[in-house]
Write a protein that binds this ligand. Structure first.
Ligand code: GRF
Length: 189
């Protein structure tokens, strides 16, 4: 059995899709959900599914490597970032080489980097009159949104679409592809 940890700071709609997708698997499970916000909705979802959770703070995350011990104790093999905004520290990247993936709500390398998250991304896509947007799944390295790209899917952006509508279309792609791409990587690991 491979154990997945999900890092998420927000609503956790992607985390929920992943949990549901692997729920019947005999080969993998979501063994831990980690958040930097103790009020994050994703933690309620975890509790509803009896998944252990951990709330981290900036100083332990960046100034110690205690988290590694926690990940070890849950025998975590693979990490999925699903709406987790903090830069992943080097000790974690090195301990999980090509085993940490992130989902980004745009077609990288466009609209990536520091500050390019959430609605900022979709407002920028709108402002630039892009004809398409989409999702990128990529490995995580020490820079924001710069790890090798694993998978992309795109959607058309109509001239009259609002940033919110773009977000909704992109989120549908996230829900459709993130769980299966993650599961395939975990299986191949
Ligand atoms: C998603 O758009 C994801 O691409 C980004 O953060 C958002 C998380 O949404 N990294 P949710 O918490 O999974 O609903």
């Amino acid at each position: 059995m491979k154990n997945i940890a999900i890092f998420a700071s927000g609503t956790g709609s992607n985390a929920t899709k992943i949990v549901e997708y692997v729920a019947d698997s005999e080969k993998m499970k979501v063994a831990l959900i980690i958040s930097n916000k103790k009020t994050a909705k994703v933690l309620e979802m975890a509790a509803a599914h009896d998944i252990p959770t951990l709330v981290i703070n900036r100083s332990t995350f960046y100034e110690t490597n205690h988290l590694l011990e926690d990940l070890k104790s849950y025998q975590i093999d693979f990490i999925a970032l699903a709406g987790f905004l903090w830069l992943v520290p080097s000790y974690l990247v090195k301990s999980y080489p090509n085993k940490i993936i992130n989902i980004h709500p745009a077609l990288l390398p466009k609209y990536g980097g520091k500050g390019m998250y959430g609605m900022n991304v979709h407002h920028a896509v709108r402002a630039n009159n892009e004809k398409e947007s989409g999702i990128t799944l990529h490995y995580v390295n020490e820079q924001y949104d710069e790890g090798a790209i694993i998978f992309q899917a795109s959607c058309l952006v109509q001239a009259n679409e609002t940033a919110e509508e773009i977000r909704n279309n992109v989120l549908k792609l996230e829900h459709r592809y993130f769980p299966s791409v993650l599961a395939a990587l975990v299986l191949a690991d």
